[in-house]
Design a protein around this ligand. Structure first.
Ligand SMILES: Cc1ncc(COP(=O)(O)O)c(C=O)c1O
Length: 405
């Protein structure tokens, strides 16, 4: 049997993630290489149009990473005077890039942390609502692992009653690095995507900003390519390259290579299938793992599954359990990070439900801390077979039942 492990044929390794690459991606890469046009061209333009249409926003700007997307989008929002830039609110449980960008913005706004909820793993909407009502500054909503974050305008309202508030949206940056296309995550002034290889759509490294605001998008297009713009030629004739160039504001090099854009277009066409397969795998995990003391993030109807994370019962040694899984050939990862457990943010201030902001005290950010120490990401990629998922579950449950052995 090809899949059975025996003493002489050790079980094959089950990777945590594996980008789904087909002949079509290889063909797209070859097409670009043959064209010799490797930077900002037809592939980027087409990818941006197709991406915006898929996500239901008017415009997209392709960029070199999700971090670049967050950095440029927040930079542009602050330039326009989106409230005070003294501080920004971010969820305490997120990938560090969400907060790190603040250190690379003018004035280095202070990062303030808000706790997440145990069901969504996303920031408690009451915190964002309180922050925005005090007009303290921008707020980044992270749609963790593909689950849409509850929006501040939903607090105390039914879905029918909740109406987007343009004043709030102007201060909200949506970090949808893990939530491409999820309706509740594609909202807000600007939406940031990542195309890192562990995301459902990958371009290698890559990212994008989505928005309906043409001015914001133009600003990002200029800033991603050094800030250089071509002025209309004074002679009325087409000018030679570089002759009529100006740089009103400095920019960076945050461009997505044409190779990435071409691969991204193929991945985008395949995305509905990839999303469906990830959901099937998540359902398989839930069926097999329910009733054993593990808890899960909510299975929101509109969500996608970029990560399938379980929360171990308290008192379990996660590292020891992961070691056993590694010995059985199964790769795992911590689910994500509570920022205040990382040295760079150990002194970060905390926003509480009563609206106060101050240094962290006992009893603050408890859910983020629990997810940090007990959250475990299981293998999730489209090439996993049902037998692989069963093997992951059997190994995990055995390790849970006999922690010491
Ligand atoms: C929530 C979140 N935000 C931002 C990022 C950064 O994206 P990138 O790795 O493309 O820079 C990630 C990446 O893993 C992420 O998970």
């Amino acid at each position: 049997m090809a899949t059975a492990a025996t003493a002489s044929s050790p079980a094959s390794r089950i990777a945590l993630g594996r980008p789904s690459i087909t002949e079509a991606e290889f063909a797209a890469a070859q097409r670009v290489l043959e064209s010799r046009w490797l930077v900002l061209g037809a592939e980027n333009r087409a990818f941006e149009e197709e991406l915006a249409a898929f996500c239901g926003r008017r415009y997209a700007v392709a960029l070199s990473s999700g971090t670049a997307a967050l950095h440029l989008a927040l930079y542009a929002m602050l330039q326009e005077g989106a409230g005070h830039a003294d501080s920004i609110l971010v969820p305490a449980f997120t990938f560090p890039a969400t907060a790190n960008i603040a250190r690379f913005l003018p004035g280095q706004p202070e990062v303030v942390l808000g706790d997440v909820t145990a069901d969504s793993f996303c920031m408690d909407a009451r915190l964002a609502a309180s922050w925005l009502s005090q007009r303290r500054g921008p707020c980044i909503l992270v749609h963790q692992f593909g689950h849409p974050a509850p929006w501040p305008d939903s607090v105390g309202k039914t879905d029918e009653e909740a109406a987007p508030s343009p004043e709030n949206d102007a201060l909200i940056l949506s970090d949808a690095a893990c939530a491409i296309g999820v309706p509740g995550a594609m909202r807000g002034r600007a939406v940031c995507l990542s195309f890192h290889p562990r995301k459902l759509l990958t371009t290698g490294e890559g990212g994008a900003v989505l928005s309906d605001d043409q001015g914001l998008i133009e600003e990002l297009r200029t800033r991603r390519a050094h800030g250089l713009v071509v002025r209309p030629s004074s002679s009325g004739k087409p000018s030679l390259p570089g002759e009529d160039v100006d740089m009103p504001q400095p920019g960076l090099n945050y461009r997505l290579p044409e190779l990435g854009a071409a691969i991204g277009r193929v991945q985008l066409a395949r995305l509905p299938q990839l999303i469906a397969r990830h959901r099937e795998i998540a359902e398989h995990y839930r069926d097999r793992l329910s009733g054993h003391g593990l808890t899960f993030q909510t299975d929101h109807a509109q969500r996608i599954y970029q990560t399938f994370a379980v929360v171990l019962p308290s008192g379990h040694d996660r590292a020891a359990l992961r070691q056993k899984m590694a010995e059985a050939g199964i790769e795992t990862q911590v689910a994500s990070y509570a920022l205040h457990h990382l040295s760079a943010y150990s002194d970060a201030k905390v926003l509480r439900l009563n609206g106060s902001v101050s240094a962290r005290q006992d009893g603050d950010l408890t859910i983020a801390s629990e997810l940090h120490s007990r959250g475990l990401a299981l293998p999730l990629h489209a090439e996993l077979r049902d037998a692989d998922i069963d093997r992951v579950c059997t190994t995990l449950l055995a390790a849970l039942q006999k922690p010491g052995s």
